[in-house]
Design a protein around this ligand. Structure first.
Ligand code: COA
Length: 320
């Protein structure tokens, strides 16, 4: 049975930090950030957490879908910034929303996390193991940034997006994923420092590091190829797609992808101007924005695509 997204939700932190405010933290300018990335502001968690935003986004998605907690069979969270190592963010959501029938786990596929989660949910639904899944992409990347490093701290933001996915007569038409661990060094963040009496390796916790140009080249080459492959698999042409909802890393990447697949930039909605890059949160939050703006009608064909650390990438073609 095909899997359909039947409801979406999102949650963003209350605090908004504009580019001008970052000029006081690091040697940067609003003009540099805007012209290189398109980003104007981002939401930064102060009281919110990855879990609290995920729970809020999940509740909104369930309300939008008209699905009760007891109906959810599976909760998958794409995140690289869970509040705890364990239990998982998914298990914490399960507890908060009282989805006692669900199996819950997190996955780490960075900015492709929501796409990877969606593909697992689809596989469970298609194979008849479950009927209804909650897929979440959520991050508090602000806690993983070096706020003295202008090349990274200006790019990212916090937030959560969620989708309820259910077996239906139509929905996800194709999915494509890939990974290239050999190029993983382009975007990294260490976990906690080793702290046991047998190790003295001088390793201290550090923050997100990125070779921006390498990630840029990877994105503009791999994303159009993945989208094209997904469209071929679904048997549809780019002209039939109403919207391409891409990971919100950089407006120049989105423009390059639009050009490569020969589609108008008007078909690529964005919210990076006000949200920055929210890693696994970007795609589901954008999907929720577009859905709540009433821009999607049943039967519309849309493409979702995510890419990032790993390196990882994923694309999906779906009928709304
Ligand atoms: N403000 C001002 N100057 C900055 C800056 C900032 N926030 N960040 C970097 N710079 C400087 C650099 O130090 C460099 O200075 P130099 O020439 O004196 O050495 C200069 O700007 C150019 O840096 P460069 O890294 O070549 O810029 P760029 O044009 O490649 O743009 C990115 C940088 C990060 C915007 C771009 O590489 C990019 O978007 N990459 C993809 C990143 C991405 O999407 N990551 C997430 C994937 S999930």
């Amino acid at each position: 049975m095909p899997a359909r997204i039947i409801g979406t939700g999102s949650a963003l932190p209350e605090k908004v930090v504009a580019n001008q405010e970052l000029e006081m933290l690091v040697d940067t300018t609003d003009e540099w950030i805007k012209s290189r990335t398109g980003i104007e502001k981002r939401h930064i968690a102060v009281t919110e957490t990855t879990t609290s935003m995920s729970v809020e986004a999940a509740r909104r998605a369930m309300k939008d879908a008209g699905v009760g907690a007891e109906e959810i069979d599976l909760i998958i969270v794409g995140t690289v910034s869970g509040d705890l190592c364990f239990p998982s963010t998914a298990c914490q959501i399960q507890s908060a929303i009282q989805a006692s029938n669900a199996t819950a786990f997190d996955i780490n596929a960075a900015c492709a996390g929501f796409l990877f989660g969606l593909s697992i949910a689809e596989a469970y639904i298609k194979s008849g193991i479950i009927t209804t899944a909650l897929v979440v992409g959520a991050e508090t990347l602000s806690k993983m940034m070096d706020w003295k490093d202008r090349s990274t701290c200006v790019l990212f933001g916090d937030g959560a997006g969620a989708a309820v996915v259910k077996g239906s007569d139509a929905g996800i038409m194709s999915m494509v994923q890939g990974s290239d661990g050999a190029r993983g060094g382009a975007l990294t963040c260490h976990n906690r420092a080793v702290n046991n009496p047998y190790v003295n390796n001088g390793f201290e916790t550090d923050y997100t590091k990125m070779n921006g140009q390498e990630v840029y080249k990877f994105a503009v080459k791999t994303v159009p190829a993945a989208i094209t492959k997904a469209m071929d698999k679904a048997g549809i042409s780019a002209d039939q797609v109403k919207y391409f909802l891409l990971h919100q890393a950089n407006i120049r990447i989105i423009e390059a992808v639009a050009k490569k697949i020969g589609q108008s930039i008007e078909k690529f909605p964005t919210n990076l101007q006000e949200c920055g890059n929210i890693s696994a949160g970007s795609v589901p939050i954008l999907l929720d924005f577009v859905n709540k703006e009433g821009k999607l009608e049943r039967g519309d064909i849309i493409v979702l695509a995510g890419f990032g650390a790993g390196l990882t990438w994923g694309a999906a073609v779906l009928s709304w």
